[in-house]
Design a protein around this ligand. Structure first.
Ligand code: DHB
Ligand code: FE
Length: 282
């Protein structure tokens, strides 16, 4: 059976792509953000995942307001990136993991999640940047199963539903008849609001409590409604749902405890609070 190694979540601000492209990692503005990653690189170098299951939210590249699935699972041999208009380089295609895609899709439908299966799927900065941050040099060494959760157009799935989805995905991975090693990833957040009257809204106290909860009490954030999450974390801060799905995927299968590999929290990049969390399943 497949092995879940642990999870890594990170923010996905498009400007990170520009900073990587220009080599600004040591620039005073960027250093506190990029300094979070070397301990995670060291851990990944030791545990060597083969496959990543990545919870992310598309921002209008693959799904637009006319067709907006609540949950969509990639089932493609390859995922292409494309220009979203942020002025950042387009990354080369990512390798899919078809067998795991269908294992997850079959499990989710059996467990009464009405998902969209995507045999073609463009992946945006929320997918490409976390992978580039974890594997900055050369080709991406892992194959990927992207799972998209709508945080763009209301109604959004509530936190408890997202947690249940993550749990079912974790079970699907744990039951996968494969000797591959799987890393679960979450992309988005933490607190931020890009526009409107509260543009620039950041809630450090909530973010830190949320980060802590993922270690000590992973269901903590499921007590909040979507509107409460938006109120607390901002209209885009609700992307923290990806972190919740990711963490829930670690609560099934053999060994449900986790240890913290590393975390980082920095304000601001863009007008966003950035977070990084890596947990190992023990
Ligand atoms: C920004 C943050 C995001 O999460 C995103 O998807 C796009 C832009 C930003 O802060 O610029
Ligand atoms: Fe985003």
């Amino acid at each position: 059976m497949a092995e879940i190694l642990g999870c890594v979540a990170t923010s996905h601000i498009p400007a990170i792509g520009g900073a990587i492209h220009k080599g600004l990692q040591q620039d005073p503005y960027w250093k506190p953000f990029f300094d979070g990653f070397p301990p995670v690189h060291d851990w990944l170098g030791k545990v060597k995942p083969d496959v990543v299951v990545l919870f992310y939210n598309d921002h209008g590249l693959n799904f637009f307001l006319d067709k907006m699935p609540t949950f969509a699972v990639g089932a493609a041999a390859q995922y292409n990136n494309a220009d979203e208009g942020w002025g950042i380089p387009t990354l080369p295609p990512f390798r899919g993991e078809l067998d795991l895609s269908w294992q997850i899709i079959n499990t989710l439908v059996e467990r009464e999640f009405d998902i969209v299966t995507c045999q073609e799927m463009l992946v945006d900065h929320a997918c490409t940047l976390p992978l580039k941050l974890l594997w900055p040099n050369g080709d991406c060494p892992v194959s990927v199963v992207p799972i998209c959760i709508n945080t763009v157009q209301f109604p959004l799935p509530k936190a408890s539903r997202v947690y249940a989805l993550g749990k079912a995905v974790g079970q699907a991975v744990a039951d996968w008849d494969s000797n591959k090693k799987v890393l679960i990833m979450g992309s988005g957040g933490l607190s931020h609001q890009l526009d409107g009257e509260r543009a620039g809204h950041i809630n450090k106290a909530f973010d830190l409590q949320f980060l802590d909860s993922l270690l000590t009490n992973p269901e903590w954030a499921t007590q909040f409604s979507i509107h409460e999450l938006v109120e607390k974390t901002g209209t885009q801060g609700v992307e923290l749902l990806m972190w919740l799905a990711m963490r829930a995927a670690l609560t099934t299968g053999a060994g449900c405890s986790v240890r913290k590999v590393h975390s980082n929290y920095h304000i601001p990049i863009s007008n966003t609070a950035t977070g990084l969390l890596a947990l190992e399943k023990v």
